[in-house]
Design a protein. Structure first.
Length: 232
C-alpha cells in the first residue's frame, strides 16, 4: 500500500483577504474545513500543514493536523509557487525519515471539498500511467464564445469562427477547480508539470467550486456553502 500524506499550504501573509487561512468561515477557521475533510477521508497516514506562521500552526494542530516544520520566509511570499512549497515539504519530511509515495496538496481555502473527493482521486492515481489527479470542473459557458474588450470600447470574439456554431457542437472545456492536486512524489520531485497527458481530472460539480482570492470570492463562497448546508 502506498504511503500517503495530505499537505495543506497556509502562509500567513495573504493580502487581498488578510489572514484568510484562519478567518472564521461558518463558525470555524477556514483551514479547519480542509483539515477535517482530509482526516475524515482516512486517505493518508498524515495530514501536514506547511506554514510560516505560528498562529496558523497552533490552530492547525488544534484541528488535528501535524506541523512538523515551519516554512521559510522565502517560500511564503507572493512569488513562491505551489510546486516550490510541495517540494520543500517533501524534502523536510524526508529529512525527518518520512517520505511518502504519494502526496495530495489540498488548499486551505477549500471548504467545499468532501472526503469522498480525496478518496476517489487517490484511487484514480493508483491506476498506472498517470502522475497526477487534480480537481476540475467544466466551464459554465463555451470558451470558444469568449469575448475581449477593445481599447476604444466595444468587444471582439476570441474565436470569431464560432460566432454561429451551435453550443452542442463545441468541445466542452475544463478548468482547474483549485482544491487539490494528488501526485506521485517522484513526479513532484522532478517538477513534472501537473497539467499534461499524464494527469487525470477529478470532476466536481460547478456548485462546489469557488476560488477564494478576493472579498467578492469570499462572499460568493459563503452563499454557496450556506446553500449547500441548507440543502443537506
Amino acid at each position: 500500500m502506498s504511503r500517503r500524506v495530505v499537505l495543506i499550504p497556509a502562509r500567513g501573509g495573504s493580502k487581498r483577504i488578510p489572514r484568510k487561512n484562519i478567518k472564521p468561515f461558518f463558525g470555524k477557521p477556514m483551514i479547519a474545513w480542509s483539515i477535517e475533510a482530509a482526516l475524515a477521508s482516512g486517505v493518508a497516514q498524515r495530514v501536514v500543514v506547511s506554514t510560516d506562521d505560528e498562529e496558523i500552526a497552533g490552530i492547525a494542530r488544534d484541528c488535528g493536523a501535524d506541523v512538523p516544520f515551519l516554512r521559510p520566509a522565502g517560500l511564503s511570499d507572493d512569488h513562491a509557487t505551489t510546486m516550490d512549497v510541495i517540494v520543500h515539504a517533501i524534502d523536510e519530511l524526508a529529512s525527518q525519515g518520512d517520505e511518502p509515495d504519494q502526496l495530495c496538496c489540498l488548499y486551505s481555502t477549500a471548504p467545499m471539498v468532501l472526503p469522498e473527493d480525496l478518496l476517489g482521486a487517490a484511487a484514480l492515481l493508483d491506476a498506472p500511467g498517470f502522475d497526477y489527479v487534480f480537481s476540475a470542473t467544466h466551464y459554465a459557458f463555451p470558451i470558444q464564445r469568449a469575448l475581449r474588450e477593445l481599447p476604444g470600447g466595444g468587444v471582439a470574439m476570441f474565436q470569431p469562427q464560432h460566432l454561429n456554431t451551435r453550443s452542442q457542437d463545441l468541445e466542452p472545456a475544463l478548468h482547474d477547480a483549485g482544491q487539490f492536486y494528488w501526485g506521485r512524489v517522484a513526479a513532484f520531485r522532478a517538477r513534472v508539470p501537473i497539467f499534461s497527458e499524464r494527469a487525470r481530472p477529478w470532476l466536481l460539480p460547478r456548485y462546489r467550486v469557488q476560488d477564494i482570492d478576493t472579498p467578492e470570492d469570499w462572499r460568493r463562497a459563503e452563499l454557496m456553502f450556506g446553500a449547500l448546508r441548507q440543502a443537506g
